[in-house]
Write a protein that binds this ligand. Structure first.
Ligand code: ATP
Ligand code: MG
Ligand code: MG
Ligand code: MG
Length: 477
């Protein structure tokens, strides 16, 4: 069985053998772009080349990019821990062509890598192609479909809509169709019982997207019309942890050697095992996921703080602490104790973890301790509310109180409910939701929304539209 380290290396050496320059991952934290807080895809670091603002130093590059999807267009936070294949931080393997090769090579090499090199079962693979959109004068991507037809029967080449299969960066600029590769990891029995087609893109937890190949062939002009792009671009991204899952014969990213050592350590600390209790498993997955995000953010220069990107990181850390506190009985700082295992596992590929170990440890421990104090103050407030309600002979605390706990003390609603249930009480949910709604509206009015992979500022203006992020976007649970 290939290890995660070997898989990462094999990707790079495969594309090196196809004439690609291997480049390092860009930092996950973005400091010089007002429109994007975190790298959310491999192509972010090549934005200026793709836009034609900067010449390409190499016309073929490949890398493994640290990505974070917790805000803006790509926000997977709520899935994390609940499903087994979305992470906050993940590695995206990618290869690019800037005005060099196009669809034929991109598809043929993807296939060669997955099937010939890695020996994935070709009968479990699907490809999607853009179905076209006549109202915009866009045709089906028959070109890609014909290339896929060399490898796949017609019933495993599936039409995809504009949402999934047409990539554009914003209102103007390079854009084009894409083809996604999906893999069906269901058992033979289940595959026989339900045939696969309709499952693709419908989030069957074992029929998942692994690789997206974007073919930028158009330029969208300011008037909305499309023209051919003189230097076409290939931009691909493959989820590394998902690839490891497929290659290691697992059905959850967390069962691979990317996460197992961390999960074992968490289980040891909590005096339990992974895989015996569904709710505890969610908590363990959240913690295993979030420790990576926090450690890598710190090494990339983003400490937890009160504002903007720092606040996103703080909320992620708190989310993990709360899960540990509520479900795994971790009443004192514990996250920082996971670092040795994380570093042992990922330090080779990302040596910044090793060189900054002490800083990461210190920052996480301090954050945890200060949050646990807040958490305890919140619990005292809740205890008082419970006593008041009981004294008054009622059976629910007000939605306003539950909202203050959420908003000021960072208590997720389910934590409040859990504690209340132990006391035979509940929450006025309607009032809680209406408080939440009011708060969201206030936040929405205060913030502009990031809708694309990046926002192009109009020439001649310095319109900074603001970070699209409100603390409510970094939802808890
Ligand atoms: P999905 O539909 O599964 O959310 P996506 O279409 O949003 O994925 P892309 O933007 O196409 O993802 O990114 C390229 C690849 O990165 C995906 O094919 C997938 O393998 C991987 N990927 C995307 N989001 C995540 C995530 N949150 N965690 C782990 N891997 C991811
Ligand atoms: Mg997604
Ligand atoms: Mg998708
Ligand atoms: Mg995709």
């Amino acid at each position: 069985m290939l290890t995660a380290k070997e898989i990462r290396e094999s990707f790079k050496s495969f594309f090196e053998s196809k004439g690609h320059q291997i480049v390092p991952s860009a930092p996950m934290v973005i400091k010089d772009d007002p429109t994007l807080m975190f790298t959310n895809a491999g192509m972010n670091q090549f934005k200026d080349i793709i836009l034609g603002n900067q010449p390409a130093k190499y016309h073929r590059v490949a890398d493994s990019q640290k990505c974070l999807r917790v805000s803006g267009k790509h926000n997977d936070l709520e899935e994390v821990g609940h499903d087994t294949y979305h992470h906050t931080m993940f590695e995206m393997l990618g290869n690019w062509s800037f005005g060099d090769y196009f669809k034929k090579e991109a598809i043929e090499w993807a296939w060669e890598y997955l099937v010939t090199v890695l020996k994935l079962d070709p009968n479990r693979l699907y490809a999607t192609v853009f179905e076209g959109n006549p109202s915009e004068g866009l045709e089906r991507d028959n070109e890609a479909a014909a290339i896929w037809a060399q490898f796949l029967p017609a019933d495993r080449i599936i039409n995809g809509n504009r949402h999934d299969n047409f990539w554009e960066m914003g209102d103007t600029g390079p854009c084009g169709p894409c083809s996604e590769i999906h893999i069906d990891l269901r058992s033979e029995e289940e595959r026989k019982a339900v045939s696969g087609l309709s499952l693709v893109n419908q989030s069957h937890p074992q029929v998942i997207e692994i690789w997206n190949l974007v073919f930028m062939q158009f330029n969208r002009k300011a008037d909305g019309s499309l023209e051919g792009l003189p230097a076409k671009v290939i931009d691909t991204g493959m989820g590394f942890e998902r690839l490891c899952m497929a290659l290691q014969g697992k059905t959850s990213n967390y069962d691979t050697d990317v996460f197992q050592p961390i999960l074992k350590e968490i289980a040891k600390m909590a005096g339990t095992e992974y895989g015996v209790n569904a709710q505890n498993d969610i908590a363990m997955r959240v913690i295993a996921d979030h420790i990576r995000t926090i450690a890598f953010s710190i090494t990339d220069g983003q400490l937890p703080s009160n504002a903007k990107a720092g606040y996103v990181i703080r909320r992620i850390l708190r989310r993990a602490v709360r899960y540990g506190y509520t479900f795994l009985n971790q009443k004192s700082a514990f996250m920082y104790k996971l670092l040795p295992v994380l570093i042992d596992n990922m330090g080779d590929a990302y040596p910044e973890l090793i060189s900054q170990k002490e800083l990461i440890e210190k920052v996480i421990k301090e954050e945890e301790e200060s949050f646990l104090r807040t958490l305890e103050t919140g619990i005292r407030m809740l205890d008082k509310a419970i006593a008041d309600v009981k004294a008054a002979g009622q059976n629910s605390i007000s939605g306003k109180d539950a909202f203050t706990l959420y908003d000021t003390f960072g208590f997720p609603l389910d934590l409040t409910e859990l504690i209340l249930r132990e006391n035979g009480l509940n929450v006025d949910l309607e009032e809680f939701n209406s408080e939440m709604q009011k708060q969201k509206e206030r936040a929405r009015n205060a913030a502009a929304v990031e809708t694309g992979d990046w926002i192009v500022l109009k020439e001649g203006t310095s319109d900074f539209v603001g970070y699209d992020y409100t603390e409510y976007e970094v939802e808890i649970l």
